[in-house]
Design a protein around this ligand. Structure first.
Ligand SMILES: Nc1ncnc2c1ncn2[C@@H]1O[C@H](COP(=O)(O)OP(=O)(O)OP(=O)(O)O)[C@@H](O)[C@H]1O
Ligand SMILES: [Mg+2]
Length: 330
């Protein structure tokens, strides 16, 4: 289990922390298209929540509603204790939002972008300069501070985006696909930044297309599908939703396929594809049993793949895709 997965945060008296974000029955349509069809959320303060969903599922819409950028058609939500409908200013004062698309102005320098944010937050000049210098340092942008942001790499722009979000010292931040388009190293760096924020007590609401990212970072994950939350839980809980692992054998010779199907009675067969699927946890001992039984029947499969359930399976099972083997052993 990733080290970032923590139990529900509790206050000093041992009671569960209050919710940073809670929502009941949130609905939103554009024209006759229902985007959100009744969303319930409960995100404890100090935790990381990941909203997963394919393109167009409504992730950005959910972020926009909770950050009061667009209004919901129905339902209600509290963010940092403020109602999004009746106290949008209270919500906005408590949150930071890093949108899916960069808010960085490329024509001015990174430092100027930061100072502009400080102005928007009504910080004094001195305070604005202090916060800007501190955040640029923290996000490893000090050397690039005086260069136009248009010259920054994608990863640098994304870091600047998040640094800008942190100027007002928000306790809850919304990160809409914080690592889309980043290379693996930049993605890992971004994960480190997000973990640091959480260590500092910030609540993070992130959206992502990357199951691995949700697995790495989130205490709780919700999968958005057809306007509803199709499943919610920790990564481990979600993985338990899908059927267990299996070994898949593929044959090119129909006779070998039939013999194997006879030798391995518990296997589910696909007569067209000439593949057999045997339920298996993927351990060495279980694999050896399968191989021994094939050997003693004198059968050789063309390909053997071991499949252990992961978040991809959950995602595809819930959003209607196909499952693909992850590892191949020959
Ligand atoms: N302002 C708008 N007017 C009309 N339709 C919209 C508007 N904003 C979003 N939609 C539609 O709502 C649906 C959900 O969009 P949204 O941007 O929330 O999805 P998403 O999950 O963030 O997708 P992606 O992974 O591509 O960012 C889409 O079908 C989109 O076309
Ligand atoms: Mg989006």
């Amino acid at each position: 289990m990733p080290s970032s997965v923590m139990p529900t945060p509790r206050s000093s008296d041992g009671r569960p922390s209050p919710a940073a974000v809670s929502a009941a029955g949130l609905r939103k349509s554009y024209g006759d298209k229902t985007v959100l069809d009744g969303i319930d959320l409960h995100i404890p303060a100090g935790s990381v929540f990941a909203l997963l969903g394919p393109n167009g599922a409504g992730k950005t819409t959910a972020v926009k509603i909770l950050s009061t950028l667009v209004s919901a058609d129905g339902g209600q939500a509290q963010v940092a204790g403020h109602d999004i409908a009746t106290s949008p200013h209270g919500v906005r004062a408590a949150i930071g939002v890093t949108g899916q698309f960069s808010a960085v102005d490329g024509l001015i320098t990174g430092e100027e972008n930061m100072l502009l944010m400080a102005d928007l937050h009504h910080l004094s000049r001195a305070e604005g300069r202090r916060v800007t210098a501190e955040l640029l340092e923290r996000f490893d942008l000090t050397d690039a501070a005086k260069k136009p942001a248009s010259t920054y790499s994608g990863g640098m722009k994304r870091r600047l985006d998040i640094a800008m979000t942190l100027v007002g010292d928000p306790r809850i931040i919304f990160l809409d696909e914080p690592t889309t388009g980043l290379d693996p190293r930049s993605r890992h760096n971004m994960w480190g930044i997000i973990r640091e924020l959480v260590t500092g007590g910030v609540t993070v609401f992130l959206t992502t297309q990357y199951l691995e990212e949700a697995d790495e970072l989130a205490d709780r994950i919700a999968v958005l599908h057809d306007g509803r939350i199709a499943a919610e839980g920790s990564a481990e809980e979600l993985k338990r939703i899908v059927p267990g692992g299996h070994v898949r054998l593929r044959f090119s010779d129909p006779a070998a396929y039939r013999s194997a199907a006879t030798a391995l009675r518990e296997a589910a067969g696909d007569d067209e594809a000439l593949t057999l699927q045997i339920p298996s946890g993927g351990s060495q001992r279980e694999l050896r049993t399968v191989l021994d039984r094939l050997d003693s029947a004198g059968i050789e499969a063309d390909e053997l793949t071991v499949h252990t359930p992961d978040l991809d399976d959950v995602f595809f099972a819930l959003t209607g895709g196909t499952d693909q083997p992850k590892e191949t052993v020959r």
